[in-house]
Design a binder for this molecule. Structure first.
Ligand code: ADP
Length: 336
């Protein structure tokens, strides 16, 4: 799922590209995953073969695309970028796979949204570097086998549970990316501030980090808004203050703990409209006017992670912390 908060503006995308670390050593946090990837890449290098297929899962903005780029860069191989929604027919995938050069790294974002027919073709391609191309229809149909150049597939998904088992099983390595800790986000911000040439002292970095929903992409975006604020309101070559951070982020509806309008709409619906829940995902999605997949893989994981929402078999429930944040008095225990 794409994060609806993301403006897909070209200049913003270009800036995001400029902020991407290019090596594993520069990639902040996710220490375990970094170590695992390093071993995988080192082994492939020693044996001079493409690395095993890699599946990365986790909410948007945690570094899946960046890691795919790093895999290609560190193994000195070219990279091809594609995405599940762009692969609507087996033919789309056949064209993509047959044009890969030996050892190429193929990144498929949102791999769970690929067409079913393509999925089955991918099983064989991943396992044997071979596909069967069907020609003709009905009784006269035949399949022509086609050998492919060996490649490394890096798949990304917001939730690996959305993938069929046979596909998931064909990845040699599966990693789940976790939300980042504030000190890790501070390092991301410090690095980005240097790249962007803005002066953001530790107190201001700390403030941005706490409001970034554990997500480097959001940290980078908030940093750019703070930079704008300082350009407009600060003295020339002034450093960002904590006050600048608060003022800039308030303007963009980011609250003191980093929740934005959509997060608050979801919380508000559960607390006020459904009296704390339980409420089902689809009902909740309709209430706030978003797609269920977005609520489930973008909004909810963070609210669960910070202990504001609970998942029960009957639906989502608000916790006392959620009530406190919205300044709503929780129903007394007797009434629940
Ligand atoms: P995803 O593919 O998971 O949605 P991206 O890889 O596109 O996320 O990352 C979004 C932005 O956040 C990029 O600009 C990237 O540079 C930055 N970023 C993500 N993870 C890290 C990290 N661990 N260290 C530094 N920057 C990161």
């Amino acid at each position: 799922a794409r994060d609806p908060r993301e403006a897909q503006d070209e200049t913003e995308l270009a800036v995001e590209g400029a902020l991407r670390p290019v090596s594993l050593a520069e990639f902040v946090g996710q220490q375990k995953v970094r170590g695992q990837l390093q071993l995988l890449l080192d082994a492939a290098r020693i044996q001079q073969r493409p690395a095993d297929h890699i599946l990365l899962s986790g909410p948007p903005g945690l570094g899946k695309t960046t890691l795919a780029m790093i895999v290609a860069h560190e193994s000195g191989r070219p990279l091809r970028l594609s995405s599940g929604p762009a692969i609507q027919h087996a033919g789309d995938l056949a064209a993509l796979l047959s044009s890969l050069v030996p050892g190429e790294v193929l990144f498929i974002d949102e791999i769970h949204r690929m067409a079913r027919s393509a999925e089955e073709m991918l099983y064989l391609a991943m396992e044997d570097f071979r596909i069967d191309i069907m020609v003709g229809k009905g009784a006269g149909a035949t399949s022509i086998p086609l050998d492919l150049a060996p490649f490394t597939l890096v798949g990304a998904t917001t939730r690996s549970g959305l993938l069929p088992n046979p596909l998931r099983d064909r990845f040699g390595f599966t990693a789940h990316l976790e939300y980042y800790e504030p000190d890790e986000l501070e390092r991301v911000i410090a690095r980005s501030a240097t790249v962007l040439g803005v002066d953001v002292p530790p107190v201001a970095r700390d403030e941005i980090a706490r409001r970034s929903r554990g997500t480097p992409r959001i940290a980078n975006r908030l940093l750019r808004r703070v930079r704008d604020y300082v350009i407009v309101h600060g003295a020339s070559d002034a450093a960002a203050t904590e006050g600048d951070v608060s003022a800039a982020l308030e303007l963009y509806d980011v609250d003191a703990i980093g929740l934005d309008r959509l997060d608050r709409a979801v919380l508000d619906a559960v607390v006020r409209r459904f009296r704390g829940g339980p409420v089902g995902l689809s009902t909740l999605a309709v209430t706030v006017g978003e797609e269920a997949e977005t609520i489930e893989s973008v909004v909810e994981p963070y609210l669960v992670r910070i202990g504001f929402l609970g998942r029960t078999p009957r639906g989502r429930v608000a916790t006392p912390e959620a009530y406190a944040h919205l300044r709503v008095r929780p129903p007394s225990e007797a009434l629940r």
